[in-house]
Design a protein around this ligand. Structure first.
Ligand SMILES: CCC1=C(C)/C(=C/C2=NC(=C\c3[nH]c(/C=C4\NC(=O)[C@H](C)[C@H]4CC)c(C)c3CCC(=O)O)/C(CCC(=O)O)=C2C)NC1=O
Length: 169
């Protein structure tokens, strides 16, 4: 599992270089965004249950077929599995926000996920929509609380979207 700092050091160490001007600029940007990253993660932690519940409600409103008898989130067990997955995406996104690096998502969330979903018939498009709804909610909350809505909030959600769907966002 890597963060912004270890990723940078790793790439310089591979070629035996001292950290140069570019590296220092990158590090500076990461540390300067530190307080805002912590504030964003704290906001997510404090509202995680609400975010998951509301995002799922909106998803099922947008795509009601999911919870109809032929839908993948139909039955209590699958409905709960769906909400649990949304909670996974949110929690790991909060880790990635702090780390300033999406590597934790690759290692802990995305590895083999598409294959698992395909074999269980979990539809990717709606899952991605659920991830995007959570992102939109968090961006709106950040705006309400005057928290900086820098790109870093979107990054982990867009990364999961890209990797799951293999489409560009
Ligand atoms: C921390 C990393 C991690 C992830 C990401 C994860 C996902 C994950 N979701 C699963 C199932 C599932 N995932 C969903 C999700 C959905 N169905 C829908 O229609 C919606 C679009 C969507 C919710 C947004 C459902 C319904 C299942 C159960 C499918 C089944 O068993 O038939 C499964 C199969 C095993 C199980 O049911 O627990 C895994 C491994 N597990 C992990 O450990």
């Amino acid at each position: 599992m890597r963060d912004a700092v270890t990723t940078l050091i790793k790439s310089y160490d591979l070629t035996g270089r001292y950290l140069d001007r570019n590296a220092m600029d990158e590090l500076k940007a990461y540390f300067e965004s530190g307080a805002a990253r912590i504030a964003a993660a704290a906001m997510i932690n404090a509202n995680s249950a609400t975010i998951v519940k509301r995002a799922a409600a909106q998803l099922f409103e947008e795509i009601p077929e999911l919870i109809r008898p032929s839908g993948n989130a139909y039955t209590t067990r699958r409905f709960s599995a769906c909400l649990r997955d949304m909670d996974y995406y949110l929690r790991y996104a909060s880790y990635a926000l702090i780390a300033g690096d999406n590597n934790v998502l690759d290692e802990r969330v995305l590895q083999g996920l598409r294959e698992t979903y395909n074999s269980l018939g979990v539809p990717i498009g709606p899952t991605v929509r659920g991830i995007q709804i959570m992102k939109e909610m968090i961006e709106a909350m950040a705006e309400e609380t005057n928290l900086s809505t820098a790109d870093f909030i979107a990054s982990p959600f867009d990364h999961m979207t890209r990797e799951l769907s293999e489409v560009s966002v």
